[in-house]
Write a protein that binds this ligand. Structure first.
Ligand SMILES: Nc1nc2c(ncn2[C@@H]2O[C@H](COP(=O)(O)OP(=O)(O)OP(=O)(O)O)[C@@H](O)[C@H]2O)c(=O)[nH]1
Ligand SMILES: [Mg+2]
Length: 362
């Protein structure tokens, strides 16, 4: 699988700035609401120092990283579901992403227009959550009327969908996001089929300002927001998108980072967080031709993991040779590792670990 993340938030929250920082693209990011109209997709290869080392170890001709794609869309405003601002139809561009990054404006900056008139991060969080839920509700209702006929005929799949969606509708009407409730795997697959956004995992991006943060007058504001996310056990990342963007290509960016007292950031930290949140891991294949990283869900058995490479592997899988990357890199060569008995033969039920180097036997 390849990870994809949709970026949502109010206009001028810093979505495009974050997108450009992550992807090295240069979509417009200006101080006016609805600067972004058309969606942009940026694909970034996931940096992984282990992959580089393994490629060197195998003397591979090619090194292929896994990728993450980011989708930057227009800003949502309060009432978008009723057609305010640019409406909410553009949300369809992120319905097939695996996760959502919700950018929340914490930075003040009098010069940057806020569509609600003042800075209030938790209110903004609420506006976006409400609009996303309303959009999901609309999709659910549309689907329910579409399957009504089949339900009357007693079609099993439609009846199941109806049952799940009525439950989901009730949650949304009670202000419960679909990712907050414990739905079964089969129920979740109905949500992903319909692309319901509030059922996806969320990473909240608190777009702060390094200079504001240092000002003692803002201490309470910052502490309260962080406390909110910590108390609710929500996944969040704090960053100053504008400064990140400004310093990313500077040769002395590490120095500047120290001067601004900025936490480590970069695509790497952001992606690591997303991987952890989505419970994703990486395994490797390696040889003279190429060394390559593959992304799979944690707790995937090796037969299913193989489908990341080729759909066929599921039916043709016989066994696999497996060795952890750290163990392998301590040896002089793969052959030596094998001679030392360090390469294990695993059957179809073996659960792949992060960092496994795998040779599939089909
Ligand atoms: N001071 C400050 N300004 C920021 C920050 N992040 C973004 N901005 C500025 O805010 C303005 C809007 O940023 P964008 O990234 O275009 O915002 P957006 O969320 O994509 O906006 P829309 O496309 O209109 O929905 C730009 O002028 C940015 O430079 C920040 O962390 N601090
Ligand atoms: Mg934008």
């Amino acid at each position: 699988m390849s990870l994809s993340i949709g970026i949502v938030g109010l206009p001028n929250a810093g979505k495009s700035t974050l997108f450009n920082t992550l992807t090295n693209h240069s979509v417009p990011m200006e101080n006016y609401p609805f600067c972004t109209i058309d969606p942009s997709v940026g694909v970034v290869s996931v940096p992984d120092s282990r992959l580089e080392k393994l490629s060197e170890f195998s003397n591979s001709k090619k090194t292929i990283n896994t990728t993450v794609s980011f989708v930057d869309i227009a800003g949502l405003v309060s009432g978008a579901s009723l057609g305010e601002g640019l409406g909410n139809e553009f949300l369809s561009h992120i319905k097939s992403t695996n996760a959502i990054a919700q950018v929340i404006r914490v930075f003040d900056s009098k010069d940057i227009i806020h569509t609600e008139g003042d800075i209030s991060p938790l209110r903004d969080l609420d506006i976006i959550s409400t609009e996303l839920s309303l959009s999901d509700l609309y999709i659910i209702e549309k689907h329910l009327s579409k399957i009504e006929k089949d339900c009357k005929k007693g079609e099993k799949e439609s009846l199941f969908e109806k049952e799940v969606l009525i439950k989901a509708k009730k949650d949304l009407e009670e202000n419960i996001k679909l990712n907050e409730n414990n739905y079964e795997k089969e129920e979740k697959s109905v949500f992903s089929k319909l692309g319901l956004i509030s059922s996806k995992p969320f990473l909240y991006v608190l777009n702060t300002s390094v200079s504001e943060k240092k000002d003692p007058l803002n201490k309470n504001k910052y502490e309260n927001i962080i406390k909110y996310f910590k108390d609710k056990k929500l996944d969040y990342i704090e960053l100053d998108a504008k400064t990140e963007h400004e310093i990313k290509d500077e040769t002395d960016s590490a120095e500047l980072r120290k001067t601004f007292e900025m936490d480590a950031f970069g695509v790497e930290v952001f992606i690591q967080k997303a991987y952890k949140m989505l419970e994703l891991i990486t395994f490797f294949t390696t040889g003279e031709e190429e060394t390559r990283a593959w992304t799979i869900k944690k707790n995937t058995n090796i037969k299913d993991a193989g489908t990341a490479i080729h759909e066929d592997f599921k039916t043709k899988f016989k066994k696999a040779d497996v060795i952890g990357i750290d163990t392998l890199l301590k040896q002089d060569s793969y052959a030596k590792a094998r001679d030392a008995g360090l390469v294990r033969i695993e059957g179809k039920n073996y659960v792949v670990s992060d960092g496994d180097v795998v040779v599939f036997k089909i």
